[in-house]
Write a protein that binds this ligand. Sequence first.
Ligand SMILES: *[C@@H]1O[C@H](CO)[C@@H](O)[C@H](O)[C@H]1NC(C)=O
Ligand SMILES: *[C@@H]1O[C@H](CO)[C@@H](O)[C@H](O)[C@H]1NC(C)=O
Length: 573
Amino acid sequence: MGRPELAVLGLACCLAGVSAAKLGVVHTEGGFVEGVNKKLGLLGIGGRSVDVFKGIPFAAPPQALENPQRHPGWQGTLKATDFKQRCLQVTDTQEDTEGSEDCLYLNIWVPQGRKEVSQNLPVMIWIYGGGFLMGSTQELNVFNNYEFEGEEIATRGSVIVVTFNYRLGPLGFLSTGDAHLPGNYGLRDQHMAIAWVKRNIAAFGGDPNNISIVGESAGGASVSLQTLSPYSKGLIRRAISESGVALAPWAIQKDPLSWAKGIAKEVGCPLDDTARMAKCLKVTDPRALTLAYKIPLVGKEYPIVHYVGLVPVIDGDFIPDDPINLFANAADIDYIAGTNNMDGHLFASVDLPAINIDNKIVTREDFFKLVSKLTFAKGPRGANATFDLYTASWAQDSSQEAKKKTVVDLETDVFFLMPTKMAVAQHRASAKSARTYTYLFSHPTRNPFYPSWVGADHTDELPYVFGKPFATPLGYRPQDRTVSRTMIAYWTNFARTGDPNKGHSAVPTQWDPYTQENGNYLEINKKMDGQSLKQHLRSSYLQYWTQTYQALPTVTGDGAAPLPPSDDSEAVP
Ligand SMILES: *[C@@H]1O[C@H](CO)[C@@H](O)[C@H](O)[C@H]1NC(C)=O
Ligand SMILES: *[C@@H]1O[C@H](CO)[C@@H](O)[C@H](O)[C@H]1NC(C)=O
């Protein structure tokens, strides 16, 4: 490198150094923390930067199967520069564990302009998904970039982004269904993190009265549950649930004791008395507890989602009642909830792998079998009625593609779309001044192994929300950057004003609120215009599931959800 370049570099560094605003050491309730100030743009010219804090404790290291407690604090200055370990969980193969019990830490991204440090910024807190079983703030995505890195949202939308870890699997959600192990430890971790942000974010330049919580899948259901819990009173101003709500049939375990027994049996704890069972489980090696619960991938009797069993429970306290009865608690919270147009594809692919293989066929019998398992609680009448409704269109189009899409539609409806439509309707009915919006994300999957008819699969919107087409541009096309810009604009405008159309970022088209009468929803994809605001998505199916199907007599289980009752001998091998 020649001398002129060196001189330019030197100048850039010093100009940026003089003019850039940064936080430096921040005082929190636990003590001082110091993050890293990262310059943005070419050589930091322009003076924009982001302050990044990683690994701040928001609770003390937790005791197994106990509620989280406040952190006692620390001396000196905590260097908040690296992600802490993920919460203890099974690895992808489910044969080993990774992570740590000591995992209750959060991360913060604060965008800074040139002159003064930011003040009163809206705050977006992210809750990751993973079936309440897996996940962390530090998942790597395919381009070796952290999936939930907050930098793009923070700097493009001028908001503070916070991510945090919460306990998972048995350590997060095991419950005996009584006071001995009430459960919901992972939900209480989430609450601790949100409450920490409320108490401390002003010191980072955030507005504690402008907190939004946002999550996907189990994280979306968590967002929904946090808004419904009486513990959140006054904490949360707005919320976004992506592909998961509290009313999803997989979000609440109605029979936690049978799952607790399966785990107790596996680790050799007493089964007959919940006091003795709880005492024994609390002193069992946490790694053994974590490994005692596995999702069977072969030889399973029910659809895969059925085996997501260690999840939140109605504990009479944090979740005091069935979520359907708790919407009054969310009446003051602005809410967006939406789904991907093929959210069920990922799960249908496990239940009926032929849908992804061009030279394999799906027969009426295959589909009937799947329907029967999904409608187990209503017996043969439920299966027949559901089968007839979903196969009606096959009379006009009996192609394999049509049939395979029907399989995906069924799982999308049951696990994601219908519960989301119900949650949005409930929120709208309870909300007074608060707003309600809903969306359908339909930018097709980029997975090269899927057939060309596959739309937006479960989790497919995440890279766009987190700005990956900008962070790792080589992996994406210009149209992907359009989708990402659009999502970040709506999401961060909403966090700022409660209206996704109004804020710092221009949006491609007006997104009007939902009411039961207008049935408005926004279809989000690469080509958006006045036609993107649509009405009454699959309303006849909603009517079927909430009225016709519900009215059928239940033959087994409580019939509250279109899922078979849990069967611990099957689910916990
Ligand atoms: C939230 O932020 C916006 C924009 O900065 C501001 O107008 C509003 O007063 C803030 N507070 C609340 C409670 O909405
Ligand atoms: C379900 O449909 C099958 C085939 O049409 C029929 O034989 C059976 O009687 C029906 N069962 C019920 C309970 O409606």
